[in-house]
Ligand binder design. Structure first.
Ligand code: ASP
Length: 341
């Protein structure tokens, strides 16, 4: 055993299922028996501890309080471990990865989120490789310093910046893409780190953002969208911000009724953020006539942020600031490499 230690935080999801030989059904596996389930881990000679959520959750049930819970576990154990691996269902993994990248400020150690499409207990599982590689990445150091010092998502041979990811496939082992940022590492025979894409450590003290205000909604437009629907979304009580999922580089219908609904809502104090429905590329308001009007009425650009980053970051901005101007100023800055500058 060498002196590298990794803390695994097991939240639930498909990866943690194994076959109960007595009943023949899949049950969550007890991570305290991690070496029994994945004996290959012993060959890595790392000290691996585990903390499990109780109850374990399918990631569709993830809530902002769980992001704070994961971040708090990391903070409380920060000095005792070299790296952290979070096991999580893949469905909302991109949201959790984005949220953690914003919550964990001044992160100087690896936080690698992974999961799988098939449970560990299934013969062809992708979970074994995902888990073992995530541990190796979390343990990787150069000159005593961790190579990866940010929140990442690892899936099927690729390490991504967490807040740039999108789950695009419900069946492929290769389930994620990062449309606007290159991989941080690729895993084959060797783990090839692309150090030029990874944050440099700042050696400052880790801090948590602990306040989240979830009063954010999404308005996804499509040809034929009806005024009554748009009105209902924008008029939804208590919402502070609405994310407008637009076409292409931030374009939307130019019909007067649509622009006027948005304009009235902004005048009433609602913040409207423009994010593209595309997996890659950026919002560029003003490039086409169909986005110039949005710019004129005060819609805010999410630039090349993903939907998951936009939503989670806005929740934090709403909780931390009162005035719309301060919320928007904070939101439009890049905190953890989620915007291309
Ligand atoms: N429904 C599962 C979850 O997200 C799927 C998975 O684990 O990949 O928790």
């Amino acid at each position: 055993m060498n002196d590298i230690s990794i803390l695994t935080i097991y939240t639930g999801g498909t990866i943690g299922m194994v076959l109960n030989p007595e009943t023949g059904s899949l049950v969550p596996f007890d991570f305290h028996n991690v070496y029994k389930q994945i004996p290959e881990l012993e060959k890595l000679h790392y000290h691996i501890d585990a903390i499990s959520f109780d109850p374990l959750i399918d990631s569709s049930d993830i809530q902002p309080k769980h992001w704070i819970e994961i971040a708090t576990i990391i903070k409380d154990n920060y000095e005792s471990y070299d790296g952290f691996v979070v096991l999580h269902g893949s469905d909302t993994m991109a949201y959790t990865a984005s949220a953690l990248s914003f919550i964990l400020t001044n992160l100087n150690k690896p936080v690698i989120i992974t999961g799988s499409q098939l449970p560990l207990g299934v013969l062809r599982t992708d979970g074994r490789e995902n888990f073992i590689s995530a541990i190796e990445i979390a343990a990787a150091k150069e000159d005593e310093t961790p190579i990866v010092t940010e929140v990442c998502l690892y899936f099927e041979n690729t390490l991504y910046r967490g807040n740039r990811t999108f789950k695009y496939n419900a069946e492929n082992f290769n389930a994620f893409v990062s449309g606007n940022y290159p991989p941080l590492a690729e895993v084959g025979v060797y783990i090839k780190f692309h150090k030029e894409n990874i944050h440099k450590p700042n050696f400052k003290r880790l801090k948590l953002r602990t306040k989240i205000d979830p009063r954010v909604g999404i308005l996804k437009i499509f040809p034929g969208i009806q005024p009554s629907f748009v009105k209902a979304i924008l008029g939804c009580k208590d919402m502070r911000a609405i994310v407008l999922e637009s076409f292409g580089s931030g374009n939307a219908l130019t019909s007067d009724w649509f622009i006027n609904e948005l304009k009235d809502s902004i005048e009433r104090g609602l913040i409207i953020i423009n994010v593209t429905q595309c997996i890659g590329g950026s919002v560029e308001m003003g490039k086409y006539e169909t986005s110039r009007k949005l710019l004129e009425i005060g819609v805010v650009s999410a630039k090349d942020m993903t939907l998951s980053s936009t939503i989670t970051k806005m929740m934090i901005c709403l909780a931390e600031e009162k005035e719309n101007k301060a919320i928007i100023d904070k939101f439009t800055k890049s905190w953890a490499g989620e915007i291309t500058e």
